[in-house]
Design a protein around this ligand. Structure first.
Ligand code: ACO
Length: 427
């Protein structure tokens, strides 16, 4: 079949730009030869129209509110899968057989402890240390503890590195929390499931084990599943960019954690709770808040998305899950969920939000679930990072095996033209 092309005429010269078509019909103009043939580059601040790679991992259709991991709809995974099975799907490309899943669970259990020397790192942080900075620093330090995994060549090495990260990230996160409270670290319990073990390390105290309910485990698993990947967002692109220089997996993931930290990305779930609490405490009404948003004095946190322009399917799943968890915990009168719904309804019927196609995103309801689970607000971005780990790893692996060049965008220089150096006494 003849490849489709677009024709570009510039300065009297005509060139052909090949059209690439993805497996779900998304079309892209291949401009990789544009500069070579015309001397021009494209200008796309924020990369909103730029496809940075070909990927087989996650499909998002923002116009129709569709999210699929390796072809499986997020709604089906949320209903039937576990976080670990979803992680395996994203990283290894297929739903695992029972044997594969059991073997991987075994690996996760064998990797859940931290090297005792690594525990000294926690002592070096002040008690008020930010959990995201602790998480990124400790993951980065893995490169020193596992020099054998700096240059991953075999599938076995990759599997081991994956198990180390996925398993230890929850230990590090829980330890960072315990450190901030001055409480003793609770070591992982290999007999517990992934989510139950995390909640145990967070909330058990010596001689008093925390036993999460099934509803709590399910809610946490769901939060992690819906966060597990979201194609080329800011943190994923960061991981791919760092990885494109052939930086090791641990360093690339640490960079992803830092990218996630910002309020416009993984920090938004905490900002949502802050906003709801301000309204709940009577410092502002829903109406006042929306007026301030429309005067551009602030943003409606947990609303809007670069890609989703009808609805975010993750927000739908988490809204339902938040109601279920509150019901199971006998907390149906929780004021924050009421305010969240009032805000959502008011925004969705307001022209400002309608015209800009702004809908609740994943962060609008995830904070309510995390808060109901007893997770403190400064740990919210960390929870996002635990969930996003499989996506980052899958993208790092895909990037490292793609043979793609180092990522290196260009720019349109707008600074001063050439000028002579002026000695300090003449300035
Ligand atoms: N509240 C108020 N106005 C908004 C919001 C919002 N939450 N989001 C976008 N807008 C407005 C902008 O002011 C802009 O209006 P204008 O055209 O009149 O200037 C228009 O909608 C387009 O907004 P952009 O900032 O250009 O959209 P972009 O795609 O760059 O931003 C983002 C997406 C960062 C998510 C934005 O919607 C936002 O800041 N939301 C709040 C923070 C948030 O919830 N982040 C979590 C994102 S999901 C995630 O990371 C998992």
């Amino acid at each position: 079949m003849e490849q489709k092309k677009a024709i570009l005429t510039i300065d009297g010269k005509t060139i052909e730009l090949p059209l690439i078509e993805g497996s779900e019909g998304e079309r892209a103009l291949d401009i990789s030869k544009l500069r070579q043939e015309t001397g021009l580059i494209t200008f796309d601040p924020g990369y909103a129209n730029t496809g940075s790679c070909k990927s087989e991992i996650t499909f998002v259709d923002g116009e129709n509110g569709i999210l699929r991991y390796r072809g499986y709809p997020i709604e089906e995974l949320a209903e039937h899968s576990s976080f670990i099975e979803t992680a395996m799907l994203l990283i290894f490309g297929h739903l695992p057989s029972q044997t594969e899943r059991a073997a991987f669970r075994e690996m996760l259990s064998s990797q859940e402890l931290l090297h005792e020397d690594l525990l000294h790192h926690f002592e070096g942080f002040p008690p008020y240390g930010q959990p995201m900075s602790i998480l990124s620093a400790v993951i980065n330090s893995f490169a020193s503890y596992h020099p054998d995994l700096l240059d991953i060549q075999t599938e076995e090495e990759f599997r081991l590195a994956v198990a180390k990260i996925i398993s230890k990230v929850r230990t590090i996160s829980a330890f960072a929390y315990r450190k901030s409270l001055g409480r003793p670290f609770m070591y992982p319990d290999p007999n517990r499931s992934y989510c139950s073990n995390f909640l145990h390390m967070m909330f058990s105290v010596p001689y008093k084990e925390f036993e999460p309910t099934r509803a709590q485990i399910k809610a946490l698993s769901l939060v992690l599943i819906v966060h597990a990947d979201h194609e080329q967002n800011c943190s994923c692109s960061t991981v791919r960019m760092v990885g494109s220089s052939q930086a090791n997996l641990f360093a690339s993931i640490a960079a992803g954690i830092c990218a996630l930290w910002g309020r416009l990305h993984g920090g938004a779930n905490a900002a949502v709770i802050e906003m709801l609490e301000n309204i709940s405490a009577g410092r502002m009404t829903v109406k006042d808040y929306l007026e301030k948003v429309k005067r551009r004095e602030m943003r409606l946190m947990g609303f809007g998305h670069r890609v989703y322009k009808s609805f975010d399917p993750r927000a739908k799943i988490l809204k339902k899950a938040a109601h279920k968890l509150l019901h199971d915990q006998d907390m149906t009168g929780d004021p924050l969920i009421e305010i969240a719904q009032e805000l959502e309804a008011a925004a969705l019927s307001d022209d400002f939000f309608i015209e800009r196609k702004l809908y609740p995103n994943v962060d609008f309801y995830s904070g309510i679930i995390l808060r109901t689970l007893g997770i403190p607000v400064n740990m919210f971005p960390v929870m996002f990072a635990i969930g996003r780990m499989p996506g980052w790893i899958a993208h790092w692996y895909e990037e490292s095996r793609s043979g793609q060049k180092i990522h290196r965008p260009r720019q349109v220089y707008m600074g001063p033209p050439k000028r002579r150096y002026v000695p300090i006494e003449e300035r």
